[in-house]
Design a binder for this molecule. Structure first.
Ligand SMILES: Cc1ncc(COP(=O)(O)O)c(C=O)c1O
Length: 357
């Protein structure tokens, strides 16, 4: 039994949800989990109605961006109850992001407990169709009111929930990606490996230009030499070259350590695939393409799980990957991970936090 106090909403908004047109991040459930940091410590947290919050114009995060967040998903298990995919890893990553921008760390167990109670309370908000899910967004921000570039002494941690549509309404679909030559997202020594607002603000302009040119996302190169592949806008990137699964290593510190990336690497090793986490230049990718050795390219991330890349453009170099079709390797990762998430495939690695309702 949890000790988390619950203040219930007077009216539910659930009847206003358009379940056939959920899209992403449009609808929010009735309650949030919230914890405050004051006088040097986090409180035990509580669940309360999702309401507008009042903030002062001097609220420091508006000015200096001291804020971090996470993104994970909950699913209706085919066996009943809810399945949350690897929330312990998200809690850990949130604390790593906290360290990067001087936000005080919090108790990961308390975060998971709050999440569990919130999802239990909001179980009806988990969409029923296969492919749909409940997106879980923890966010932490400095809530002090002052001007001056210094860390806040007060913070809020909030978990909000949003029922979201299937990323692929008509099955896995390859995307077009543009390699960014003009802009960089992060550099070694910076905060690219933290899930903090600044990295996303830095990506908007390049993303908008890519959209205008018909591309769905940007592939970032390292910010120093602009030769090495880092990651995509909201995904890590993987290449299959000569039957070897290759993904950029995290050593440069400019890549977000994706939890889907980690899961794909784990599965690949379990299946006996040749796997390499190493630096890879965009020229090596283009060279493999010219030699007919670039078999598959795909992104990994919570939103889409696996996103096959059908077309990659780097300056004048255009690469159509696997005839713009979903490759068998991408498909197998997608089927396995989504199977585990919905409780159809045995969770042999202990990745699911199951919530009985
Ligand atoms: C910049 C960036 N890289 C990679 C990822 C993929 O991470 P994950 O697999 O944990 O969703 C995300 C999404 O969270 C992201 O925003």
């Amino acid at each position: 039994m949890s000790n988390i106090k619950i203040q219930r909403a007077k009216n539910s908004k659930i009847n206003s949800v358009d379940w056939n047109n959920l899209r992403f991040g449009i609808f929010f459930s009735d309650h949030i989990f919230i914890s405050d940091y004051k006088n040097g410590k986090w409180d035990e947290g509580r669940i309360e109605p999702y309401n507008a919050m009042s903030i002062e114009p001097a609220m420091c995060t508006l000015h200096y961006g001291q804020t971090i967040f996470e993104g994970m998903k909950g699913f209706r298990s085919v066996k009943g109850g809810a399945n949350i995919f690897r929330p312990d890893m998200n809690a850990k990553r949130l604390n790593n992001s906290a360290k990067a921008v001087c936000i005080p760390e919090f108790d990961e167990n308390l975060l998971l407990e709050g999440l569990k109670e919130l999802v239990k309370l909001e179980y009806d908000w988990i969409p029923k169709e296969k492919g749909q899910s409940l997106y879980i967004r923890p966010v932490v921000f400095g809530s002090g009111n002052f001007l001056g570039v210094t860390a806040s002494t007060e913070y809020k941690l909030i978990i909000l929930l949003s029922p979201v549509a299937s990323y692929y309404a008509e099955g896995l679909k390859p995307v077009k990606i543009m390699v960014s030559k003009d802009y960089v997202r992060a550099v070694t020594g910076g905060i690219g490996n933290a899930k903090t607002a600044a990295n996303y603000a830095a990506s908007l302009k390049a993303g908008m230009e890519a959209h205008k040119n018909g591309f769905s996302q940007v592939l970032w190169l390292d910010g120093v030499t602009r030769k090495y592949v880092d990651e995509v806008g909201a995904m890590n990137i993987m290449f299959v070259i000569d039957d070897e699964l290759i993904t950029p290593s995290l050593d440069r510190g400019s890549i977000l350590p994706g939890i889907t990336r980690l899961s794909v690497l784990h599965l690949a090793k379990d299946w006996g695939m040749k796997v390499s986490e190493r630096e890879i230049t965009i020229d090596e990718v283009a060279d493999a393409y010219d030699k007919g050795k670039l078999q598959e390219v795909f992104g990994t991330g919570t939103a889409a799980v696996i996103s096959p890349v059908g077309f990659l453009k780097y300056g004048d170099k255009e690469m159509t990957v696997n005839n713009n079709q979903i490759g068998p390797i991408a498909q197998k990762f997608y089927d396995t991970i989504t199977g585990i998430q919905y409780g159809e495939i045995e969770d042999k690695f202990g990745w699911i936090m199951h919530i009985e309702v």
